[in-house]
Design a protein around this ligand. Structure first.
Ligand code: 5AD
Length: 342
């Protein structure tokens, strides 16, 4: 098992040959543990309304430059149908932390999708109450994604202002999601201002400790309408750079540390690097989450600027391998949960 010291040292590695070896090793471990299948998750960004003020995110409540939207029931159900028609196994409903996404409303939508398609349903809706999370699980939701962003409490608190009286504790919430029976995903951004190699090492070790089913890793991309986007990155020697190379290294280390996890080649990676999806898939990743949000809403969901996507609209499962020019891989069929790597 890879040690803490090795992780910290690889995170700071500059030798391209050693990095290349790490990336290849991650590819081998991916093949051995989760096989050749690339699982597709269709992402529907159901609302960009958010009550939080996370210091890095363009959707933060105080950003008045954002035109806010919430998709209607009909639009969401139609998009989920598109996910199925495109040949994907999972639909992901993501939103800002929008109080207008009520417990009952989402229960209806989840039930409707589950009764009309075989799709796995993943939710990514921020920090919600235990009651809401339990209700959505009962309505048929299978998975929940909630990145803890950093395991360092001081940095976490600095970039996640509390909301009213609720103290934000995503790590605690992840444990609760697991007991509720959700397949649970988390992750971090690479290169947040203030993030050190030591902190990032702890993040990776926490992925293992939490025994996550999914791990999302993307580079931090500054957004000008946020407090962090305006300060520019500090350049002290311990600061983790927000480069694509750094993100690939973290992704590869995640594969070594959590060999069975589902790990996406993220959109943030594809935003920094035109080949980000394909390269990520060859350095440990086994999942891609193409955007299926109706086109008129996509540009409004600006977590960070210039978000990548496959094309103007949607991409069928059968076209993905060719589009990415990827060899020796297959497209996953079925929901592609953690234990059933079909
Ligand atoms: N750069 C990169 N990723 C970001 N996210 C939010 N803001 C940014 C940004 N500026 C990521 C967070 C969040 C996920 C949905 O998007 O990790 O959990």
């Amino acid at each position: 098992m890879i040690s803490k010291k090795e992780i910290t040292s690889l995170l700071q590695e500059k030798d391209p040959h050693i990095l290349e070896t790490l990336w290849q090793q991650a590819d081998v471990v991916r093949q051995r543990n989760v096989g050749p299948a690339i699982h597709l998750r269709g992402l529907i960004e159901i609302s960009n309304i958010c009550r939080r003020s996370c210091c890095y995110c363009g959707l933060r409540a105080p950003n008045e430059a954002v035109k806010r939207y919430r998709m209607s029931t009909e639009e969401i159900i139609a998009s989920a149908r598109t996910v199925f028609d495109l040949g994907y196994g999972t639909v992901v409903m993501q939103a800002g932390e929008d109080g207008g996404i009520t417990e009952e409303w989402l229960c209806q939508i989840i039930s409707s999708i589950k009764s009309s398609t075989p799709l796995a349903v993943t939710l990514s809706l921020g920090e919600r109450t235990e009651q809401e999370l339990a209700a959505w699980k009962s309505a048929g939701a299978d998975r929940y994604l909630l990145r803890f962003e950093t395991s360092n409490r001081q940095l976490y608190t600095a970039i996640h202002p509390d909301f009213g009286h609720t103290v934000s504790n995503r790590i605690e919430l992840l444990a609760k999601l697991k007991t509720m029976g959700y397949e649970t995903g988390s992750g971090v951004m690479v290169g947040i201002p203030g993030q050190t190699y030591e902190m990032l090492t702890q993040d990776i070790l926490l992925f293992r400790e939490l025994d996550l089913d999914m791990i999302g890793i993307g580079p931090y991309i500054p957004h000008l309408q946020t407090p962090l986007g305006q300060i520019g990155s500090e350049q002290h020697p311990e600061q983790v750079p927000n480069t694509a190379t750094m993100a690939y290294t973290v992704l590869a280390l995640c594969r070594l540390v959590c060999p069975q996890a589902n790990i996406p080649a993220t959109t943030a990676l594809a935003t920094l690097n035109t080949n980000g999806y394909a390269v990520g898939l060859q350095r440990g990743a086994n999942v891609v989450m193409p955007n299926v949000t109706p086109f008129r809403y996509r540009k409004l969901y600006e977590i960070y600027p210039e978000k990548a996507c496959f094309s103007q609209d949607t991409i069928a499962a059968s076209e993905v391998l060719q589009k990415l020019s990827i060899k020796n891989r297959t497209i996953g069929t079925g929901p592609g949960g953690r234990s059933k790597s079909s």
